[in-house]
Design a protein around this ligand. Sequence first.
Ligand SMILES: C[S@@+](CC[C@H](N)C(=O)[O-])C[C@H]1O[C@@H](n2cnc3c(N)ncnc32)[C@H](O)[C@@H]1O
Length: 264
Amino acid sequence: MARGSAAESGIDREDAVLAALADLAGLAPSPVLAARLRRAAPLVAACDARAAHHDEPAWAALLDAVTVQETRLYRHPPQADLVGNLLPATLGRARAEGRPLRMLSAGCATGEEAFTLAAQGMQAMAEAPGAGLDILGLDLCRPALRSAAAGVISPGLGDPLGLVPAALRPWLEGPDGTPRLHPALRRSLDFRRANLLHGFGEAAGFDVIFCRNVLIYLTDAARAQVTAALAAALRPGGILALGPTDRAPAGLTAQGDSVWIKPP
Ligand SMILES: C[S@@+](CC[C@H](N)C(=O)[O-])C[C@H]1O[C@@H](n2cnc3c(N)ncnc32)[C@H](O)[C@@H]1O
């Protein structure tokens, strides 16, 4: 076979895998994704496009390898401050309804966004006790979820606590000043493997949803589908926080800094 044909079949294979990843997880083809696929060539070789599903072992391993897990505590301070200021009213509603405050980190990676929400929820409850706290982190990447479930604050770049306000530090810092989750905070956290393309089913009914730095990796169709599912999974009066380039679905009220409220 001519060299050109062999190269073309490689390109066809890459196109087929990119198309399957767009179908099964909503991942948009991009130069970054293509480069990650080339680095994961042995995993790609094990994938059968006809069996493409996020639970199929070869595809699950490929998703572990090609998804981007960058995250950190209190990652975008102005937005986190804004949500922190909105939390007492949200907590008051949960308390009045006799139920826990429920928060979701959709696309949680190694958990730092969920850890931040847990610390903010604990802080709000310390100031006005009376409701429980349930925080759920969802992601497709299994190694990231294992780290999140173990309660490990990833070292990342620089000081992991560098952006965390002093008031939240007791929940995220050990007595020796190193990053660690307070035991009470760990009890409020749950991490599960889930595909955001498949909606939230019985888990829906959140008071707060964060989905930052996730939709940017998705195709237009997947982004619209996930955004609509996030809005549907919010309680009336609930808070939705997205990334700076994301658009909220119709019907939510903008608060600034990519934060929206679902009308009560
Ligand atoms: C860059 S991280 C964002 C972490 C965190 N939200 C933050 O802003 O710090 C993006 C995460 O989205 C996850 N992700 C991408 N597509 C997904 C899908 N269809 N279902 C579930 N998780 C997905 C990736 O595995 C990755 O961990």
